[in-house]
Design a protein around this ligand. Structure first.
Ligand SMILES: [Zn+2]
Ligand SMILES: [Zn+2]
Length: 345
């Protein structure tokens, strides 16, 4: 076989909402400025469910339409003009494939808000395949010591949590509330705790609060109808509230728990208007902002933190052929943790 006839196994999205087809497709080739990564693992993210369902439709579908943006693998080939990568290096495949490098967001260090960024598995082929092409300057350099399977979710869930904590501008000794202790929230609990922040974990599920405490949360509260009044009764309020719960129901509690001039970080994707009284904002000076994944600099900081002591997450290891079932389970909120494809199976 010549190089351009090489193939690979991939899970291909043919029609929205239909099972992915496990099939053989041409193996991509690293162009100038790119590297080819042979995958060892790739996490399945809730965003993949939205893409699979056709709720996040790209302007131009990638060909083949392969989702997946939590990949870990090794550099298999290096394109022209690439520095800093060697064959066999361990590389991470994050959400952002590349950005425009020209807009204000790109130029002043907030590239994750670039409105022209291209994402793996949405705008360009992703990592539900044996190989993926990455932009050499956006692929994540990873140390040999990390475990590919348990590190895969760090590439999206982890960096989104890290970006949210950074956006909250929390300092050691401050207090924050993390709403929603799923995969992202539990990463945020660990990250904020390691930065010396006192974390109150909030979730509807006592079992998740139990895990949050094990991961470093100083306190935990069940998310029930009494939560806003319990928070309002507290003498000392919180410097930041980070919302990972995909609901408008957390806003009363956030308003009750935040200090004047505190920061509210909207991390969950909520498509309904939120209940908020503008006069309250006027009186308190509370800042409300959103967050989206993280920058390359934040990824370097996160990888260093993870390499120092792995961030914990519950992983369910699957094969490439199990991805469709994993998407359904994620959609039905039936997963026990993060699904991660292992290509070693
Ligand atoms: Zn994701
Ligand atoms: Zn840009």
């Amino acid at each position: 076989m010549t190089s351009h006839t090489k193939t690979m196994r991939a899970a291909v999205l043919g029609s929205y909402g239909e099972p992915l087809e496990i099939t053989s497709v041409p193996r991509p080739v690293a162009g100038p400025g790119q590297i080819l990564v042979r995958l060892q693992a790739c996490g399945v993210c809730h965003t993949d469910v939205h893409i699979w369902r056709g709720e996040s439709v790209p302007p131009h579908a990638p060909s083949p339409f392969v989702m997946g943006h939590e990949g870990i693998g090794r550099v298999e080939a290096i394109g022209e003009g690439v520095g800093g990568w060697s064959l066999g290096d361990r590389a991470g495949v994050p959400w952002i494939h590349d950005t425009c490098r020209r807009c204000d967001e790109c130029l002043d260090g907030h590239e994750s808000f670039c409105q022209h960024h291209r994402a793996h598995g949405l705008n360009v082929p992703g990592a539900f395949a044996e190989y993926v092409v990455c932009d050499a300057s956006f692929a994540v350099a990873l140390p040999e010591t990390i475990d590919p399977v348990t590190t895969a979710p760090v590439m999206c869930a982890g960096i989104t949590a890290y970006g949210a904590v950074k956006r909250a501008a929390l300092k050691a000794g401050e207090k924050c509330i993390v709403f929603g202790c799923g995969g992202l929230g539990l990463y945020a609990v660990q990250i904020a705790s390691r930065l010396g922040v006192s974390v109150l974990a909030v979730d509807r599920d006592p079992a998740k609060l139990e895990i949050a405490r094990r991961y470093g949360a100083a306190a935990a509260e069940i998310a029930d109808s009494g939560l806003p009044s319990r928070l309002a009764a507290k003498g000392e309020k919180y410097h930041a509230c980070i919302n990972f719960a995909p609901t408008t129901a957390t806003w009363d509690a956030m308003v009750a728990g935040i200090r004047p001039r505190g920061r509210i970080i909207a991390a969950a994707m909520v498509f309904q208007p939120v209940p908020l009284v503008q006069e309250w904002l006027t009186a308190t000076g509370v800042l409300i902002t959103g967050t989206s994944v993280g920058t390359r600099q934040e990824m370097r900081e996160l990888v260093a933190m993870h390499a120092d002591k792995p961030l914990e997450t519950t992983v369910e290891v699957i094969g490439l052929e199990d991805v469709s079932a994993a998407l359904v389970a994620l959609e039905r909120a039936q997963s026990k943790g993060r699904y991660v494809i292992s290509f070693a199976r």
